[in-house]
Design a protein around this ligand. Structure first.
Ligand SMILES: NC(=O)c1ccc[n+]([C@@H]2O[C@H](COP(=O)([O-])OP(=O)(O)OC[C@H]3O[C@@H](n4cnc5c(N)ncnc54)[C@H](O)[C@@H]3O)[C@@H](O)[C@H]2O)c1
Ligand SMILES: N[C@@H](CCO)C(=O)O
Ligand code: NA
Length: 435
């Protein structure tokens, strides 16, 4: 007996766009696991073409030459399902809009595109009853889109916090454990296929901000444009900050935080990306190398944690294949897929309303009265100081001040006042503390 009874349904035509770190792995898995995937779907998944820039280019993963084409437009027009793994906005956006207009479904790992043009793509899909799946866009292999979109659809998500960029986590981890420089660690992360084509997207926090947009939009049923995500990358993280964190049994991590805030005007939502200093015992501190972890706090479910490979070719291909099988089954079985919703339409809180504890390292003149003057600036702006440490050295002193919880607006005002203070030689670092 045929163990794969798929004859009753015609093949589904799959067009793959891009054969880089992720695309080449998706192609390999589609071809190697053809029979098993057909059994799961109930129909064969036929890879009809792979869109590349240069069909003659040398590749790490060998792909059948007859499938390669540089005519992506024609390839898209022939497909039931288009898998986009090019990255970037154009031509990915136009190709996917063309695919959707023709009634094809779409799978993508492109968080930059979903963050910037998700609503446009979802609308185009809804118009024709097609689907856009993007599990690989956040947390790579980790299931996080589907849990937010479906598993938690009946709950009220309060907060999502996580390490969502593998490259910067890898870099910070290497800075802590091996004393590597940012540049050295980035070169290794690029070699391992974690970094974006332009790694500025990783180290300046753009990639994490795209992911924060996607997470916040799903969690709060509200379009949270990427432009409103407060973003700070890791280029300002210095060896001294790493050492300072280690002296206090802490670890520096780049995190994305999405949460509901209760402001004067009622409920609002906030999404932001910046480095934080975490106690070494915090669960996120244990997230090493290029791994990702996302904490979700929901009203009824409580705390949930999702952990795993946030980057890497084969790992990310796993999520892409999962999306593909899910969409393909819908073709075979019929029925609409689950879609994201934006009905709540909550206001976006200004970054200044966000509350956090901060640790500031300053170099000040080593004279009597300086500490009192500096402390006075905090009091003047309503920021309460929790701890002070002073290390004298050659006429100047290094001051490390920890604050109680204060709004970002108040901290910004303190920083301005410190900049202008004659006894403050420089502000060496500012880091937000997480308990
Ligand atoms: N690498 C990862 O770990 C990872 C994880 C999650 C999501 N993603 C996302 O997956 C997508 C692909 O990432 P990647 O790491 O495989 O990138 P990559 O740079 O390795 O591969 C992209 C490929 O697309 C090709 N390409 C780009 N524009 C093209 C065009 N106009 N015509 C033909 N080919 C074109 C490039 O030549 C390259 O081979 C991106 O959106 C990325 O953000 C990557
Ligand atoms: N460049 C991304 C790939 C995964 O989205 C990262 O380092 O996390
Ligand atoms: Na994922």
């Amino acid at each position: 007996m045929n163990p794969y009874p798929t004859d009753h349904y015609r093949s589904l035509r799959i067009a793959l766009l891009g054969a880089g770190s992720v695309g080449s792995q998706v192609a390999r898995l589609l071809l190697e696991h053809r029979d098993e995937l057909a059994a799961r779907v109930g129909a064969p998944l036929e890879l009809v073409g792979i869109g590349v820039r240069d069909v003659a280019a040398k590749r790490d993963v060998e792909l059948p030459a007859e499938l390669l084409t540089d005519d992506l437009g024609t390839l898209v027009a022939s497909a039931d399902i288009v898998v986009e793994l090019l990255g970037g906005i154009e031509p990915a956006r136009s190709l996917l809009l063309d695919a959707l207009a023709a009634g094809a479904d779409v799978v993508t790992a492109n968080k930059a595109l979903i963050a910037a043009h998700g609503p446009e793509l979802f609308q185009a899909a809804e118009t024709v009853g097609a689907q856009v799946n993007y599990e690989a866009a956040v947390g790579g292999a980790i299931p996080i889109i589907r849990p937010l979109e479906q598993s938690l659809a009946g709950d009220r998500v309060m907060r999502v916090m996580g390490i969502v960029n593998g490259t910067t986590n890898f870099i910070l981890d290497r800075m802590h454990t091996e004393g590597s420089t940012l540049e050295e660690a980035l070169a290794v992360a690029t070699e391992l296929g974690y970094a974006e084509a332009d790694p500025t997207a990783d180290i300046e926090g753009f990639d994490a901000a795209s992911k924060a947009t996607i997470l916040a939009s799903l969690a709060f049923h509200t379009v949270v444009p990427v432009e409103v995500v407060h973003r700070q990358g890791i280029t300002g993280v210095t060896d001294a900050m790493v050492e300072q964190a280690e002296r206090n049994d802490r670890v520096l991590k780049l995190v994305a935080i999405c949460e509901r805030l209760e402001g004067e005007g009622g409920e609002a939502v906030s999404a932001r990306v910046h480095p934080v200093s975490l106690p070494a015992t915090h669960p996120l501190a244990a997230v090493r190398e290029a791994k990702n972890a996302i904490f979700v706090t929901a009203e009824s479910a409580g705390d949930l944690m999702f952990y795993g490979a946030g980057a890497g070719g084969p790992e990310t291909a796993s999520a892409v294949l999962g999306d593909l099988v899910s969409i393909a089954r819908r073709h075979v079985l019929g029925g609409p897929g689950a879609a994201a919703s934006t009905h709540a339409d909550l206001p976006i809180a200004p970054f200044g309303d966000v509350l956090a504890r901060h640790e500031l390292a300053l170099t000040v003149a080593d004279r009597s009265g300086v500490l009192a003057g500096v402390a006075g600036l905090f009091a003047e702006h309503g920021v309460s100081v929790e701890s002070v440490r002073q290390d004298p050295a050659d006429g100047e002193a290094s001051l490390v001040l920890g604050t109680h919880t204060a709004s970002e607006a108040r901290i910004a005002a303190v920083l301005d006042a410190l900049e202008a203070h004659p006894d403050v030689e420089r502000i060496d670092s500012v880091i937000r503390l997480i308990d």
